[in-house]
Design a protein around this ligand. Structure first.
Ligand SMILES: Nc1ncnc2c1ncn2[C@@H]1O[C@H](COP(=O)(O)OP(=O)(O)O)[C@@H](O)[C@H]1O
Ligand SMILES: [Mg+2]
Length: 353
């Protein structure tokens, strides 16, 4: 009513937020994302809290089904709501003078955030690319959405510059190509160029290299690492591969069945993993010595997020569980100011150490 003469709807007042720490780009606070299905309530994400500091890569790890993608899709507000619903918590995005709660943004306001402030890179590059337009057309389109007044010459120059940034030198040729004419690695480079086009504060990369073969994977990761330092962006890097996290991330978050079971700096997680699940993931990683041997894997599966027990969700797969573990779900306890773990056994060990 009040704003009927305004060209654009104001960003919903209820979506404004106060950051806990202004050096964070994003703060997720007690986020709960549930799916309301015929089989019951799927608690895909159930009370996670994490910060993404400026110019930092935060790795999110966990097996398939742990809630990593639901977390990233919630930040982008790309989940279909319903059946999905953000039933609690905040997703605070720091815009410098302003902070917004993305969990409460309306669809219109969210369109202005997506791509411009937060960009996403998916596992499958064709999720982001349209088969019927050339690479040049798609890159221009991405820039125009957020900079409609840009001149033609500047626009073309920007496209070439972006392609150079992602290591594509034959850019004149590539702009005229269609996605199917490019290899998987090239397509993912183009997607990264698209993500960079508006210099977002945060890039969410959900398994960005999982679909690529190992050599290309290493090249794309190297590129992302280089670009992060060049454009001072933060990266939320989602992967089931601990090796990728060890190489790329400064901070690590380990998720299990919709919750965070351990988080810390990359050194804390790799040199002093405390949760039996984190240790299991590490043992399951192929190393030079065990490459030829049969790999260890954590027995059993991630439990279904419908009807989870009221004690530790990892209990039935845990090699270290004790009597206490069937008590109520363990809270996340701080071991250092940055290292937290949610496990009775780990906390006991730590106290005795
Ligand atoms: N549309 C949906 N309806 C019901 N359940 C869903 C839907 N999407 C995801 N889930 C469930 O949410 C949980 C987390 O999924 P997801 O975030 O994709 O896991 P990850 O990315 O860690 O592999 C899984 O148990 C999955 O089955
Ligand atoms: Mg996923």
């Amino acid at each position: 009513m009040w704003f009927k003469n305004r060209e654009k709807a104001p960003i919903a007042a209820e979506a404004s937020a106060n950051m806990k720490d202004s050096s964070n780009v994003l703060e997720i606070d007690d986020l709960k994302v549930h799916f309301f299905t015929d089989d019951g309530v799927v608690k895909a994400v159930d009370g996670i809290s994490l910060d993404i500091p400026k110019n930092t890569t935060v790795g999110i790890v966990g097996e398939s089904g742990c809630g990593k993608s639901v977390t990233s899709m919630s930040i982008m507000r790309l989940l279909q709501e319903p059946p999905a619903s953000i039933v609690g918590g905040e997703i605070r995005l720091n815009l410098g003078d302003d902070a917004l709660d993305l969990a409460k943004m309306n669809k219109d306001s969210m369109r202005r955030i997506r791509g411009k402030e937060v960009a996403m890179i998916f596992q499958e590059p064709m999720t982001s690319l349209n088969p019927v337009f050339t690479i040049g057309e798609q890159l221009m389109e991405g820039i125009l959405v957020h900079r409609p007044d840009i001149g033609n010459a500047e626009l073309k120059g920007k496209v070439i510059e972006l392609l150079k940034m992602v290591g594509i030198s034959r850019s004149e040729e590539i702009v005229k190509s269609y996605p199917h004419e490019l290899s998987g690695g090239m397509k993912q480079r183009v997607v990264i160029a698209m993500a960079l086009s508006c210099e977002p504060r945060l890039i969410i990369a959900d398994e960005p290299t999982t679909a690529l073969d190992v050599t290309i994977q290493a090249q794309v990761l190297e590129l992302m690492r280089e670009l992060k330092d060049r454009i001072h962006t933060s990266i939320m890097l989602i992967t089931h591969d601990l090796g990728v996290v060890a190489e790329m991330a400064e901070m690590v978050v380990v998720m299990y069945a919709g919750r965070i079971v351990e988080q810390g700096t990359v050194y804390e997680i790799f040199e002093n993993p405390l949760h039996p699940y984190t240790r299991g993931l590490m043992k399951a990683r192929p190393t030079k010595d065990n490459k030829s041997k049969r790999l260890y894997s954590i027995e059993g599966n991630v439990p279904s997020p419908v009807g989870l027990p009221d004690y530790c969700y990892f209990h039935n797969r845990c090699e270290e569980s004790e009597e206490d573990c069937k008590n109520e779900y363990p809270t996340l306890v701080s071991v250092t100011p940055t290292h937290k773990v949610s496990c009775y056994v780990a906390n006991k060990e730590n106290k005795n150490a």
